[in-house]
Write a protein that binds this ligand. Structure first.
Ligand SMILES: [Zn+2]
Length: 477
């Protein structure tokens, strides 16, 4: 089934709506060679990627009522980067940045339809495969499969991408246990993708009752009255996305179930870690727990979806449990970092050469308690047409969202220290900051070709079940 004839939910219309919400008008730093020097024995690498996972729902510093003991103990064993930012508000481009250490306009996967990961950019899995690792990956959404060039470098694995209902975490976890049972002497690279935090928020028992108080279906005003009101929810048109809320009246229910999804996936993180420990592999394995984007839970007039690059969507979890040979000095790092930093960090930590000219920078120095002179540009990209897009840049406490809609640029500027919830556009009050940040964006992007020098790649195909699932998740219509 072709994706070409479908339409997208994150469309020009949404960008226009978002920009007009604020209304008003206005007009990468290349990295050098970085090589590691200290010899370390080969270590295994495990990436645990939790889709749609908000970093402020890990239960680490905020919302202590959320039970995620396994994530907590992984963080205690390693380093928690409490302000890690992704590069796009949805799955494909974010994971492609994780895989390649590049911004979307460079790695080429920013559009669900015509673009894939650029084959010229090596992926993390390819680099490990080329360096003698045994590689395997298990994914739960079509965007991470062959159709989008995201399978490259994985020697084994599977996709659990057509499960319209129910959870897929158990399939991923069981696959991981089989992969790590190999008698091979080679080190391994294992990528695990968990989708069970993503909407619909329908965790299995007993998690489905974990944070719910009372009867969410008791008589009252249906929650859908509010969620499907376009004056309240910019994603209200996505009716299929909200079917799971049929009959619910308790407005706290969705957030409770989102948190329950976190606890459920945490139990799988625990199973993966226990399995590694039982096999004597934990100490010598580098484990990265990371998210691809967060979720709007009503913030910015968007309910139970990830659509725009506000902080609730851009901030993602990043926890690194280092191998025992690594001298980790810092347990929590608050400096802002990027999902693009994961690739150079992992390579440096396992003593493999880091490719030149990545947009991401290694975080190894920071974890060792040293100052790092390099920091990634905190840029996020969204949009699929040169006439309608949004580029976001964060510098210190300032964050600029620069929308282009119908030939006009609309800047939205926040001071994240004064206004962490991003409720006041102060672009008009701080034109110097706005212009400075916009100029930095235009050092990276050409306004006329804002998605880089890409070409349209071959038509994608996904099977009927996958297409149905993507529709039910609101990705396509
Ligand atoms: Zn995602």
């Amino acid at each position: 089934m072709s994706l070409r004839n479908t339409t997208y939910s994150i469309s020009a219309t949404l960008l226009i709506t978002a920009a007009l919400w604020w209304f008003f008008e206005l007009p990468g730093v290349p990295s050098g060679l970085r090589r590691t020097s200290e010899p370390t024995p080969p270590v295994n690498v495990v990436i645990i990627a939790i889709d749609t996972m908000r970093t402020d729902f890990l239960g680490l510093s905020e919302r202590p009522w959320i039970k995620a003991p396994n994530i907590k103990s992984l963080a205690a064993d390693g380093t928690w980067f409490s302000r890690c930012q992704t590069t796009a508000p949805w799955t494909g481009p974010s994971f492609a940045s994780l895989y390649t250490g590049l911004l979307p306009y460079r790695h080429g996967f920013f559009n669900r339809n015509f673009n894939s990961l650029d084959p010229d950019n090596p992926t993390m899995a390819e680099i490990f495969a080329d360096n003698g690792y045994r590689t395997g990956g298990w994914v739960t959404i079509a965007f991470l499969t062959h159709a989008f060039g995201m399978h490259r470098g994985l020697q084994t694995g599977d996709k659990f991408t057509d499960h319209a209902d129910g959870q897929t975490a158990h399939l991923v976890t069981a696959s991981a246990a089989r992969f790590t049972s190999s008698s091979s002497q080679k080190p391994f690279y294992m990528f695990l993708h968990y989708f069970d935090v993503h909407a619909p928020y329908t965790p299995p028992a007993p998690y489905d009752k974990m944070y719910v108080e009372g009867d969410p279906y008791s008589p009252g005003t249906p929650l859908l009255d509010r969620v499907l009101d376009p004056r309240i929810n910019m994603e209200a048109h996505n009716t299929e996305l909200y079917q799971w809320l049929n009959g619910v009246t308790d407005p706290d229910y969705p957030v409770a179930q989102y948190a329950a999804g976190v606890s459920y996936v945490d139990s799988h993180v625990g199973q993966v870690v226990s399995d590694l420990k039982e096999k004597g592999l934990y100490d010598e394995t580098l484990i990265i727990l990371v998210g691809d984007h967060g979720e709007h839970l009503g913030e910015h007039n968007i309910y139970y979806a990830h659509a725009l690059p506000y902080e609730e969507v851009l901030q993602v979890p990043l926890i690194i449990k280092w191998p025992s040979s690594f001298e980790r000095e810092v347990a929590v790092i608050e400096q802002r970092v990027s999902i693009m930093d994961v690739l150079p960090t992992v390579l440096e930590a396992v003593n493999l050469p880091v490719p030149d000219a990545l947009d991401g920078h290694s975080l190894v120095k920071l974890a060792r308690g040293k100052t790092s002179s390099t920091q990634s540009l905190l840029v996020a990209e969204q949009g699929e047409s040169p006439d309608s897009y949004c580029k976001t840049i964060t510098d210190g406490d300032w964050k600029l969202m620069l929308f282009k809609v119908e030939s006009k640029f609309i800047p939205v500027l926040f001071n994240l220290a004064d206004d962490p919830a991003e409720t006041r556009n102060v672009a008009a009050d701080h034109t110097d900051v706005t212009n400075r940040l916009a100029a930095r964006l235009w050092e990276i992007f050409d306004p006329e070709t804002p998605f880089g020098d890409y070409h349209v790649l071959s038509e994608k195909t996904v099977d009927e079940k996958e297409l149905k699932r993507l529709k039910s998740l609101g990705y396509i219509r």
